[in-house]
Ligand binder design. Sequence first.
Ligand SMILES: C[S@@+](CC[C@H](N)C(=O)[O-])C[C@H]1O[C@@H](n2cnc3c(N)ncnc32)[C@H](O)[C@@H]1O
Length: 271
Amino acid sequence: MSATGNIGNFTTVDTAPDSRWFIDFMDIANGLPEYRAMKDELASVMGDLSGKTVLEVGCGTGDDAREVAGLVGAQGKVVATDLSTAMLDEARRRSAGSTLPVEFRVADLSGLDFLANSFDAARAKLVLMHCEDIETAIDELIRVVRPGGRIAVFDYDFDTTIVDHPDTEATRRAMRCFSDGHRNKWSGRQLFRRMRVRGLRDVTVTPLTVVMPFDFFRTLAAGRLRSAQESGQLELSPEQLEQWWRPLLRAADEGMFFASFTGFAVGATKP
Ligand SMILES: C[S@@+](CC[C@H](N)C(=O)[O-])C[C@H]1O[C@@H](n2cnc3c(N)ncnc32)[C@H](O)[C@@H]1O
């Protein structure tokens, strides 16, 4: 796939020059073994879902929503929402012919048209970190869950992104700029406080580090770094940026490439 999509544009998938890039990107990400662990951790945070009504926000291509629908079973229901109609079209296409209890709907997390207390649990995987207004988004997640219901969130902390590279200074600049390209780059480290200040109970935090294969790292970072370079946010010339990639390409060829970032699975109960 093209390495040019800008990861910071996940709130504007429908108007991005290549909305397909975001779908392909999520497929690559969700195929990594650590993403399996992420989904299992969120499932464990939500507890037994059998027969429950679950809200999945920012559902993307709907793969997770279908998985959660398997957990709620025939007596339960999953309502899966996203801001992007391109994502939802893909989610509906992938769900065609399925008998799983999942319904897809367009909805902006900053103003959900669901009644208060209408879900047993809500799940947001890799969504809050992109939201324009993260405080309102969290308020909304909590509002629609019933008292005693569970909230499960996973977000990265983008300042944890590291890559083994011989040029320390250029790498610091590049990784800082990559992190700054996300609306809520520190969401991972802030989730615990954001849940606690809202009075949620039983707040748990489980860190998870993803080791990135080179192709994934390039897909994740290249578009953002290039657009940051063009807009003057990255203090590297086009030649320096190209040079910065070279040792990484070589390391990948030699089986020496190493990069990772860390996110946090947070669970909480509405009082
Ligand atoms: C990184 S993707 C994650 C998709 C999915 N949760 C997954 O893990 O495969 C972020 C998703 O959040 C959606 N999104 C971004 N801002 C949103 C908002 N304010 N309300 C609802 N969805 C939003 C995007 O359209 C995109 O599908």
